[in-house]
Unconditional design. Structure first.
Ligand code: BES
Ligand code: MN
Ligand code: ZN
Length: 491
């Protein structure tokens, strides 16, 4: 589906924005008059209140220009913010995507920034993952053209550069998440990431023997029970004015399937663990978005790709491994594998790139779901400014995140009797002890934040029209917003 901007509507099916008020006003009023009051009649019969995303579909009109008009609610005029406009665009696409119509225009859009948000919502709502099934004719998307009527096309196009990049990155992350784990495993995943060099990203893939040389035994230990060999992928986007300036590093957990290993997970629901690479998908999607919109910032994305399986070579509870940092880890639960992958990638990121800040994203703990549900990711940080920038970017982008504490009393819960640390704490504060584990690998007070997205990367259906699938693509918009707010050279 193409989303375009135009100065006047050209389609016979037209959506018109309406705001919460008693009568149809503006464009809707003009159209209503042209249709001899058919719109106000339909609105009254349907008890249309013009709530955000509310729709009345009026078919069979006999006006000379339009035979189908959709009243499209956008709530109270003064309260229409980015979130509302995204919902407006998404609701319309959800209604029309497989409706049989091939094109629709929407009119009554106030300005370029509303147009950009409508475009983002529309592009996110049009997402489908049909690669693995035959779609019946009546379930095939028919809508190929979505036109947004604006007075200034050039302004809308400029305003929507970020929207287009974010939609691309988010839908890419969703694709990676949705792919079945027999097709998306570390090697195939690395190959897919390599294709993004077309966008101008510089991409390096490290294999097991290269990681062996770097001493990354914590990461390698997780993958050693799998026939699918581990990889680490490094993506570079050097868009800053000074390409040698210290970059921001983004690190993602990419466990392409998490069985738990020898500490095997229960069977029911285990299929969701194909999404245990959600942190890496967010990083890959964000890097793609940065490249697409040519962000003026130096950013390195690093993802650790492993499959956590239980075979005869798998690591055992009780094993001690030496991480790339030199610190030793007693593995008491092979299902606490994400932190083992991340600690080596975090170490490598700092050692190699000396970043000015480092942010990791991971579907790290079930405990974060208990704490925050599917409404907020959990943020942990050693730096207030970074934590605040992340929660603010979460608000602005519509991908909310909430800070939780760290501290020495939690840190001591992962002291081991025989190694430098153990990979699990006790029953309590599971998301915090996981974050404390990661913090032990951050050097010299480099500003660092960990975002636990286990409750956000995939979600049960929630009726949000811009989240049409299990995989949300959470994190791409948050990261892109954060970089725009805090890490980009200002023009
Ligand atoms: N990938 C899981 C965390 C997870 C759980 C993500 C539910 C999404 C939904 C992680 O590797 C894991 O298994 N964590 C364990 C840690 C425990 C053994 C300390 C958990 O949360 O149970
Ligand atoms: Mn696990
Ligand atoms: Zn996991």
């Amino acid at each position: 589906m193409d989303v375009t901007f135009k100065t006047s509507p050209t389609t016979s099916t037209l959506a018109v924005i309406c705001h919460e008020s008693d009568a149809l006003t503006g464009e809707a009023e003009t159209l209503n008059a042209a249709q001899n009051g058919a719109l106000s009649k339909a609105a009254a019969s349907a008890r249309f209140k013009a709530k955000p995303g509310e729709i009345v579909d009026i078919l069979g009109l006999s006006g000379d220009k339009h035979d189908r008009i959709i009243l499209l609610g956008a709530g109270e005029c003064e309260k229409a913010d980015a979130r509302v406009w995204e919902k407006v665009g998404a609701s319309l696409v959800k209604k029309m995507l497989v409706s049989g119509e091939s094109e629709i225009d929407v009119t009554g859009v106030p300005d370029a920034s509303a147009a950009a948000s409508i475009k983002l919502g529309a592009a996110l709502a049009a997402y489908r993952f049909d690669d693995y099934r035959e779609v019946k004719d009546d379930q095939k998307p028919t809508l190929t053209s979505f036109g947004i009527v604006v007075s200034d096309v050039a302004a809308a196009e400029t305003a929507s550069i970020v929207a287009s990049a974010d939609a691309f990155g988010t839908n890419l992350a969703r694709d990676l998440m949705n792919m079945p784990p027999n097709d998306l495993y570390p090697e195939s995943y690395a190959n897919k990431i390599k294709e993004l060099s077309d966008l101008g990203l510089e991409i390096d893939v490290l294999n097991e023997s290269e990681m062996e040389k770097l001493g990354m035994h914590a990461l390698l230990g997780v993958g050693q029970g799998s026939e699918n060999h581990s990889r680490m992928v490094v993506m570079k986007w050097l868009g800053g004015a000074d390409k040698s300036a210290a970059p921001l590093a983004l690190v993602g957990k990419g466990v392409t399937f998490d069985t738990g290993g020898i500490s095997l997970k229960p069977g029911p629901g285990m299929e969701d663990m194909k999404g245990d690479m959600g942190g890496s998908a967010a990083v890959v999607g964000a890097m793609a978005a940065l490249a697409m919109r040519k962000a003026k910032a130096n950013v390195i994305g690093l993802v650790g790709l492993v499959e956590n399986m239980p075979d005869g070579k798998a690591q055992r509870p009780g094993d001690v491994v030496k991480s790339a940092s030199g610190k030793t880890i007693e593995i008491l639960n092979t299902d606490a594998e994400g932190r083992l992958v991340l600690c080596d990638v975090l170490w490598y990121a700092q050692d190699k790139f000396k970043p000015k800040a480092i942010i990791d994203l991971a579907t790290l703990t079930g405990a974060i779901l208990i704490a925050l549900g599917h409404e907020h990711a959990g943020v942990f940080a050693n730096n207030d400014e970074l934590a605040n920038a992340i929660t603010a970017a979460g608000e602005t982008s519509g991908e909310p995140a909430w800070r939780l504490p760290l501290g020495p009393a939690y840190d001591k819960l992962i002291d081991s009797k025989i190694a430098d640390m153990k990979n699990i704490g006790g029953r309590t504060a599971g998301s915090i002890t996981a974050a404390q584990f990661l913090q032990r690998f951050i050097e010299n007070d480099t500003p660092w934040a960990h975002i636990d997205i286990a409750g956000m990367a995939w979600k049960p259906a929630n009726g949000d029209p811009k989240e049409p699938s299990w995989a949300s693509g959470y994190g791409v918009r948050l990261l892109d917003q954060l970089i725009a707010d805090s890490y980009e050279d200002k023009a």
